[in-house]
Design a protein around this ligand. Structure first.
Ligand code: KG4
Ligand code: ZN
Length: 342
Protein backbone atom coordinates (compact mmCIF):
# COMPACT_ATOMS: atom_id res chain seq x y z
CA UNK A 1 0.00 0.00 0.00
CA UNK A 2 1.33 3.43 -0.99
CA UNK A 3 0.11 6.33 1.15
CA UNK A 4 0.59 10.03 0.53
CA UNK A 5 0.10 11.86 3.86
CA UNK A 6 -0.39 15.58 4.46
CA UNK A 7 -0.10 17.55 7.70
CA UNK A 8 -0.89 21.27 7.98
CA UNK A 9 -2.56 21.72 11.38
CA UNK A 10 -0.43 24.58 12.66
CA UNK A 11 2.77 26.14 11.31
CA UNK A 12 4.42 23.16 9.61
CA UNK A 13 3.54 22.16 6.06
CA UNK A 14 4.48 18.53 5.69
CA UNK A 15 4.00 15.66 3.25
CA UNK A 16 5.20 12.06 3.45
CA UNK A 17 5.07 8.90 1.38
CA UNK A 18 4.84 5.52 3.09
CA UNK A 19 5.07 2.20 1.31
CA UNK A 20 3.67 -0.74 3.27
CA UNK A 21 4.02 1.24 6.50
CA UNK A 22 7.62 2.24 5.85
CA UNK A 23 8.42 5.95 5.61
CA UNK A 24 10.03 6.70 2.23
CA UNK A 25 9.96 10.49 2.56
CA UNK A 26 8.91 12.99 5.21
CA UNK A 27 9.29 16.60 4.08
CA UNK A 28 8.66 19.29 6.71
CA UNK A 29 8.65 23.01 6.06
CA UNK A 30 8.42 25.18 9.19
CA UNK A 31 7.03 28.70 8.94
CA UNK A 32 9.80 30.53 10.79
CA UNK A 33 8.42 33.97 9.92
CA UNK A 34 5.95 33.80 12.86
CA UNK A 35 8.82 34.51 15.27
CA UNK A 36 8.65 38.20 14.52
CA UNK A 37 5.04 38.29 15.74
CA UNK A 38 5.80 36.45 18.98
CA UNK A 39 3.50 33.53 18.12
CA UNK A 40 1.70 31.77 15.29
CA UNK A 41 -0.60 34.13 13.35
CA UNK A 42 -3.41 31.86 12.09
CA UNK A 43 -4.27 33.81 8.93
CA UNK A 44 -0.63 34.02 7.84
CA UNK A 45 -0.15 30.33 8.63
CA UNK A 46 -2.95 29.27 6.28
CA UNK A 47 -1.71 31.55 3.50
CA UNK A 48 1.77 30.07 3.76
CA UNK A 49 0.31 26.54 3.65
CA UNK A 50 -1.51 27.46 0.42
CA UNK A 51 1.71 28.84 -1.02
CA UNK A 52 3.89 25.81 -0.28
CA UNK A 53 1.68 22.76 -0.13
CA UNK A 54 2.03 21.71 -3.80
CA UNK A 55 5.79 22.07 -3.66
CA UNK A 56 6.04 20.06 -0.44
CA UNK A 57 3.79 17.28 -1.79
CA UNK A 58 5.78 17.09 -5.04
CA UNK A 59 9.03 17.04 -3.07
CA UNK A 60 7.75 14.16 -0.92
CA UNK A 61 6.70 12.19 -4.02
CA UNK A 62 9.99 12.82 -5.78
CA UNK A 63 12.10 11.91 -2.73
CA UNK A 64 10.28 8.58 -2.49
CA UNK A 65 10.64 8.02 -6.27
CA UNK A 66 6.85 7.84 -6.60
CA UNK A 67 4.41 9.54 -8.92
CA UNK A 68 0.95 10.59 -7.79
CA UNK A 69 -0.43 7.84 -10.05
CA UNK A 70 1.44 5.25 -7.91
CA UNK A 71 -0.36 6.36 -4.73
CA UNK A 72 -3.38 4.34 -3.65
CA UNK A 73 -4.50 6.14 -0.47
CA UNK A 74 -4.35 9.64 0.96
CA UNK A 75 -4.09 10.55 4.64
CA UNK A 76 -4.57 14.02 6.08
CA UNK A 77 -4.76 15.70 9.46
CA UNK A 78 -8.40 16.70 10.02
CA UNK A 79 -8.30 17.70 13.73
CA UNK A 80 -7.35 19.49 16.01
CA UNK A 81 -5.46 22.60 14.94
CA UNK A 82 -5.91 26.04 13.42
CA UNK A 83 -9.05 25.90 11.33
CA UNK A 84 -7.63 27.71 8.29
CA UNK A 85 -4.49 25.59 8.32
CA UNK A 86 -6.45 22.35 8.62
CA UNK A 87 -8.72 23.39 5.74
CA UNK A 88 -5.76 23.93 3.40
CA UNK A 89 -4.36 20.40 3.91
CA UNK A 90 -7.75 18.77 3.94
CA UNK A 91 -9.00 20.49 0.79
CA UNK A 92 -5.75 19.79 -1.00
CA UNK A 93 -6.23 16.11 -0.18
CA UNK A 94 -9.87 16.24 -1.31
CA UNK A 95 -8.76 17.78 -4.63
CA UNK A 96 -6.26 14.96 -5.19
CA UNK A 97 -8.87 12.43 -4.13
CA UNK A 98 -11.39 13.65 -6.70
CA UNK A 99 -8.84 13.88 -9.48
CA UNK A 100 -7.15 10.54 -8.90
CA UNK A 101 -10.05 8.67 -7.33
CA UNK A 102 -8.27 7.97 -4.05
CA UNK A 103 -9.73 7.30 -0.59
CA UNK A 104 -8.79 9.70 2.23
CA UNK A 105 -8.08 8.65 5.80
CA UNK A 106 -8.75 11.68 8.07
CA UNK A 107 -6.39 11.52 11.04
CA UNK A 108 -6.43 13.16 14.45
CA UNK A 109 -3.13 14.99 14.87
CA UNK A 110 -2.69 14.04 18.52
CA UNK A 111 -3.31 10.39 17.73
CA UNK A 112 -0.56 10.78 15.13
CA UNK A 113 1.83 11.89 17.88
CA UNK A 114 0.59 9.13 20.18
CA UNK A 115 1.78 6.34 17.92
CA UNK A 116 4.83 8.04 16.41
CA UNK A 117 7.22 6.15 18.71
CA UNK A 118 6.43 2.97 16.79
CA UNK A 119 7.32 4.35 13.33
CA UNK A 120 10.91 3.20 13.58
CA UNK A 121 10.89 0.97 16.63
CA UNK A 122 8.60 -2.03 16.62
CA UNK A 123 9.61 -2.88 20.18
CA UNK A 124 7.10 -0.20 21.27
CA UNK A 125 4.35 -2.76 21.81
CA UNK A 126 1.01 -2.21 23.58
CA UNK A 127 0.22 -1.29 26.26
CA UNK A 128 2.34 1.78 26.92
CA UNK A 129 2.19 5.22 28.47
CA UNK A 130 2.49 8.15 26.09
CA UNK A 131 3.34 11.73 26.93
CA UNK A 132 2.42 14.17 24.15
CA UNK A 133 4.05 17.45 24.98
CA UNK A 134 4.00 20.36 22.56
CA UNK A 135 3.10 24.02 22.22
CA UNK A 136 -0.61 23.21 22.31
CA UNK A 137 -0.84 19.93 24.26
CA UNK A 138 0.46 18.30 27.40
CA UNK A 139 -1.37 15.01 27.77
CA UNK A 140 -0.64 11.62 29.34
CA UNK A 141 -2.27 8.56 27.77
CA UNK A 142 -2.53 4.89 28.48
CA UNK A 143 -2.39 3.31 25.03
CA UNK A 144 -3.83 -0.18 24.51
CA UNK A 145 -4.01 -0.49 20.72
CA UNK A 146 -4.18 1.58 17.55
CA UNK A 147 -7.80 2.34 18.28
CA UNK A 148 -8.03 2.19 22.08
CA UNK A 149 -6.43 4.57 24.49
CA UNK A 150 -7.37 6.46 27.59
CA UNK A 151 -6.49 10.02 28.60
CA UNK A 152 -4.99 9.86 32.07
CA UNK A 153 -4.56 13.59 32.45
CA UNK A 154 -3.76 16.80 30.65
CA UNK A 155 -2.89 20.39 31.35
CA UNK A 156 -5.63 22.41 32.97
CA UNK A 157 -4.19 25.67 31.60
CA UNK A 158 -1.00 26.26 29.58
CA UNK A 159 0.79 23.48 27.71
CA UNK A 160 4.44 22.85 28.63
CA UNK A 161 5.67 24.30 25.31
CA UNK A 162 3.50 27.36 25.90
CA UNK A 163 5.12 27.78 29.34
CA UNK A 164 8.59 27.56 27.77
CA UNK A 165 7.60 30.12 25.13
CA UNK A 166 5.91 32.56 27.53
CA UNK A 167 8.73 32.48 30.07
CA UNK A 168 11.24 32.89 27.25
CA UNK A 169 9.33 35.99 26.17
CA UNK A 170 9.59 37.39 29.73
CA UNK A 171 13.33 36.81 29.41
CA UNK A 172 13.39 38.81 26.19
CA UNK A 173 13.90 35.77 23.93
CA UNK A 174 12.31 35.25 20.51
CA UNK A 175 9.42 32.93 19.69
CA UNK A 176 9.53 29.95 19.87
CA UNK A 177 11.47 30.31 23.11
CA UNK A 178 11.63 26.62 24.10
CA UNK A 179 14.73 25.83 22.01
CA UNK A 180 16.41 29.04 23.29
CA UNK A 181 15.74 28.24 26.95
CA UNK A 182 17.21 24.80 26.24
CA UNK A 183 20.28 26.40 24.65
CA UNK A 184 20.95 28.93 27.44
CA UNK A 185 20.21 26.34 30.13
CA UNK A 186 23.18 24.29 28.94
CA UNK A 187 25.55 26.89 30.44
CA UNK A 188 23.41 27.55 33.53
CA UNK A 189 23.09 26.19 37.07
CA UNK A 190 19.73 24.43 37.38
CA UNK A 191 19.91 24.50 41.19
CA UNK A 192 20.42 28.25 41.37
CA UNK A 193 16.75 29.21 41.67
CA UNK A 194 13.83 27.14 42.87
CA UNK A 195 10.71 27.57 40.74
CA UNK A 196 7.41 25.88 41.67
CA UNK A 197 6.61 22.40 40.35
CA UNK A 198 2.82 22.81 40.03
CA UNK A 199 0.67 19.77 40.87
CA UNK A 200 3.73 17.49 41.02
CA UNK A 201 2.57 15.68 44.17
CA UNK A 202 -1.15 15.70 43.44
CA UNK A 203 -2.75 12.34 43.11
CA UNK A 204 -3.78 12.75 39.47
CA UNK A 205 -2.16 13.06 36.06
CA UNK A 206 -3.06 16.66 35.32
CA UNK A 207 -0.58 19.45 34.73
CA UNK A 208 -0.69 23.18 35.30
CA UNK A 209 1.96 25.56 34.03
CA UNK A 210 0.39 29.00 34.21
CA UNK A 211 1.39 29.45 37.88
CA UNK A 212 5.00 28.76 36.98
CA UNK A 213 4.81 31.48 34.34
CA UNK A 214 3.34 33.93 36.89
CA UNK A 215 6.01 33.00 39.41
CA UNK A 216 8.72 33.63 36.79
CA UNK A 217 7.15 37.01 36.02
CA UNK A 218 7.22 38.11 39.71
CA UNK A 219 10.67 36.64 40.18
CA UNK A 220 12.06 38.69 37.28
CA UNK A 221 10.20 41.81 38.32
CA UNK A 222 11.48 41.61 41.91
CA UNK A 223 15.03 40.44 41.29
CA UNK A 224 15.98 41.65 37.83
CA UNK A 225 13.93 44.79 37.14
CA UNK A 226 16.63 46.07 34.78
CA UNK A 227 17.13 42.81 32.87
CA UNK A 228 19.68 40.05 33.30
CA UNK A 229 23.27 39.43 32.32
CA UNK A 230 23.89 36.43 30.08
CA UNK A 231 25.11 34.35 33.06
CA UNK A 232 21.99 35.18 35.05
CA UNK A 233 19.84 34.38 32.02
CA UNK A 234 21.49 30.95 31.74
CA UNK A 235 20.87 30.16 35.43
CA UNK A 236 17.22 31.26 35.21
CA UNK A 237 16.70 29.27 31.99
CA UNK A 238 18.25 26.14 33.56
CA UNK A 239 16.16 26.52 36.74
CA UNK A 240 12.88 27.08 34.88
CA UNK A 241 13.60 24.18 32.52
CA UNK A 242 14.34 21.92 35.50
CA UNK A 243 10.97 22.77 37.05
CA UNK A 244 9.04 21.97 33.84
CA UNK A 245 11.00 18.79 33.11
CA UNK A 246 10.66 17.56 36.72
CA UNK A 247 6.88 17.77 36.51
CA UNK A 248 6.74 16.02 33.12
CA UNK A 249 9.02 13.20 34.28
CA UNK A 250 7.40 12.73 37.71
CA UNK A 251 3.88 12.52 36.30
CA UNK A 252 5.02 10.09 33.60
CA UNK A 253 6.68 7.87 36.22
CA UNK A 254 3.53 7.99 38.32
CA UNK A 255 1.50 6.83 35.30
CA UNK A 256 3.96 3.98 34.61
CA UNK A 257 3.76 2.84 38.24
CA UNK A 258 0.01 3.13 38.58
CA UNK A 259 -0.76 1.36 35.29
CA UNK A 260 2.02 -1.20 35.84
CA UNK A 261 3.32 -0.36 32.38
CA UNK A 262 6.99 -0.64 31.44
CA UNK A 263 7.18 1.55 28.31
CA UNK A 264 6.96 5.31 27.98
CA UNK A 265 6.74 7.01 24.57
CA UNK A 266 7.24 10.76 24.32
CA UNK A 267 6.37 12.99 21.36
CA UNK A 268 5.63 16.60 20.44
CA UNK A 269 8.00 19.56 20.02
CA UNK A 270 9.02 19.74 23.70
CA UNK A 271 10.44 16.22 23.46
CA UNK A 272 13.36 17.91 21.67
CA UNK A 273 14.34 19.35 25.04
CA UNK A 274 17.79 18.08 25.90
CA UNK A 275 17.25 17.97 29.69
CA UNK A 276 14.01 16.00 29.23
CA UNK A 277 15.81 13.59 26.90
CA UNK A 278 18.68 13.26 29.36
CA UNK A 279 16.32 12.42 32.23
CA UNK A 280 14.37 9.93 30.11
CA UNK A 281 17.60 8.24 29.04
CA UNK A 282 18.61 8.00 32.70
CA UNK A 283 15.29 6.29 33.47
CA UNK A 284 15.80 3.83 30.60
CA UNK A 285 19.34 3.06 31.73
CA UNK A 286 18.09 2.00 35.18
CA UNK A 287 16.35 -0.88 33.40
CA UNK A 288 12.88 -0.97 34.94
CA UNK A 289 11.22 1.17 32.28
CA UNK A 290 12.04 1.63 28.62
CA UNK A 291 11.61 5.11 27.17
CA UNK A 292 10.99 5.81 23.48
CA UNK A 293 11.99 9.12 21.97
CA UNK A 294 11.40 9.15 18.23
CA UNK A 295 13.92 11.03 16.14
CA UNK A 296 13.17 14.74 15.89
CA UNK A 297 11.46 14.64 12.49
CA UNK A 298 8.89 12.26 13.98
CA UNK A 299 8.55 14.26 17.22
CA UNK A 300 7.65 17.63 15.76
CA UNK A 301 4.60 18.09 13.54
CA UNK A 302 5.14 15.82 10.55
CA UNK A 303 3.14 13.94 7.90
CA UNK A 304 4.94 10.61 8.42
CA UNK A 305 3.08 10.05 11.71
CA UNK A 306 -0.22 10.81 9.93
CA UNK A 307 0.56 8.28 7.18
CA UNK A 308 1.76 5.71 9.71
CA UNK A 309 -1.51 5.77 11.63
CA UNK A 310 -3.53 5.78 8.38
CA UNK A 311 -1.71 2.61 7.37
CA UNK A 312 -2.74 0.94 10.65
CA UNK A 313 -6.35 2.10 10.29
CA UNK A 314 -6.59 0.72 6.76
CA UNK A 315 -5.16 -2.61 7.93
CA UNK A 316 -7.87 -2.72 10.62
CA UNK A 317 -10.84 -1.30 8.74
CA UNK A 318 -10.09 -1.70 5.02
CA UNK A 319 -9.79 0.99 2.35
CA UNK A 320 -13.51 1.00 1.62
CA UNK A 321 -14.22 2.62 4.98
CA UNK A 322 -12.53 5.80 3.77
CA UNK A 323 -14.48 6.75 0.64
CA UNK A 324 -16.44 9.55 2.32
CA UNK A 325 -15.13 12.99 1.41
CA UNK A 326 -17.78 14.86 3.38
CA UNK A 327 -15.89 14.76 6.66
CA UNK A 328 -15.17 18.18 8.16
CA UNK A 329 -12.09 19.56 9.81
CA UNK A 330 -12.50 20.06 13.54
CA UNK A 331 -10.25 22.71 15.07
CA UNK A 332 -10.90 21.92 18.71
CA UNK A 333 -11.44 18.15 19.02
CA UNK A 334 -12.13 18.80 22.69
CA UNK A 335 -11.73 15.23 23.80
CA UNK A 336 -8.00 15.89 23.58
CA UNK A 337 -8.10 18.52 26.25
CA UNK A 338 -6.44 21.74 25.17
CA UNK A 339 -7.53 23.42 21.98
CA UNK A 340 -5.17 24.57 19.28
CA UNK A 341 -2.75 27.21 20.36
CA UNK A 342 -2.93 30.78 19.17
O1 KG4 B 1 4.90 19.89 18.39
P1 KG4 B 1 5.35 21.27 18.00
O2 KG4 B 1 6.41 21.40 16.95
O3 KG4 B 1 4.15 22.15 17.54
C1 KG4 B 1 2.93 22.19 18.22
O4 KG4 B 1 2.85 22.85 19.27
O5 KG4 B 1 1.99 21.51 17.75
O6 KG4 B 1 5.84 21.97 19.37
C2 KG4 B 1 6.31 23.29 19.42
C3 KG4 B 1 6.67 23.61 20.87
C4 KG4 B 1 7.00 25.08 21.08
O7 KG4 B 1 6.31 25.52 22.23
C5 KG4 B 1 8.50 25.06 21.29
O8 KG4 B 1 8.98 26.10 22.12
C6 KG4 B 1 8.69 23.72 21.96
O9 KG4 B 1 7.83 22.85 21.26
N1 KG4 B 1 10.08 23.24 21.83
C7 KG4 B 1 10.92 23.10 22.87
C8 KG4 B 1 12.16 22.67 22.34
N2 KG4 B 1 12.02 22.57 20.97
C9 KG4 B 1 10.74 22.92 20.69
N3 KG4 B 1 10.72 23.29 24.19
C10 KG4 B 1 11.76 23.05 25.00
N4 KG4 B 1 12.99 22.66 24.56
C11 KG4 B 1 13.23 22.46 23.25
N5 KG4 B 1 14.42 22.06 22.83
ZN1 ZN C 1 1.78 18.51 17.17
Amino acid sequence: MKILAIESSCDETSAAVLINGEVKSNIISTQHFHSKYGGVVPELASRAHIQYISEIVNHALKTSSCKISDIDTLAVTSEPGLVGSLIVGSNYAKGLSLKYNLPIVPINHIEGHLYSGAIEDNSLTFPYISLVVSGGHTVLYYVRSYSKYEILGSTIDDAAGEAFDKIAKLLGLEYPGGPLIDKFAKSGNREKYRFPRPMIHEDNFNFSFSGLKTSARYFLHNNFPDGTTENELCDIAASVQEAIVDVLVEKSLKALRQRKADKLAVAGGVSANSRLREKLDEISSRGKYKTFLPKMNYCIDNAAMIGFLADKKISEMGKDSFQDLTYRVNPSALRFGKKSRK
